[in-house]
Design a protein around this ligand. Structure first.
Ligand SMILES: [Zn+2]
Length: 142
């Protein structure tokens, strides 16, 4: 297994800093969720998965090309990845999480991606005011 996995890949860093600059608060690689999702926005009950187009087989994407040799080997490997992604997606959905997949090639068009994220990330859940204040309900003052 020589797959690069779970590291701080460049597309993931881009998406992270974008979300950060948009004011979203998130956690990384939450171990208690299926597949240790890259980016988790707990206040929005949303998971953002950053997928490399090649390894995760972005449908119709020019980066998801097939190598010219060992085709069977690679196809089996790719199928495995896609299956794992699908399973992770389903498990997260079952747990009530919104799942947004960002493809590596989308991180080359940051403006478009920012628009997409802000329209797809749901509004904060929870009681009114949740996530807008840093205080933990202790707003009483003398
Ligand atoms: Zn792509």
């Amino acid at each position: 297994m020589s797959r690069i996995r779970g590291g701080n890949t460049k597309p993931e860093r881009l998406v992270r800093s974008m979300l950060h600059s948009m004011g979203y608060r998130f956690r990384l690689h939450r171990k208690d969720l299926p597949g240790r999702p890259d980016i988790v926005l707990p206040g929005r009950r949303t998971v953002v998965l950053v997928h490399g187009c090649y390894w995760h087989r972005h449908p119709g994407c020019r980066f998801a090309y097939t190598p010219k040799s060992n085709i069977d080997f690679w196809n089996a490997k790719f199928a495995e990845n896609v299956k794992r992604d699908q399973r992770q997606y389903n498990q997260l959905r079952e747990l009530g999480w919104a799942v947004i997949t960002v493809w590596e090639c989308e991180t080359k068009e940051l403006t478009t991606l920012a628009e997409r994220l802000s329209s797809e990330i749901p509004a904060p859940s929870g009681p009114p005011g949740w996530g807008t204040s840093r205080s933990s309900g202790d707003t009483a003052s003398r």
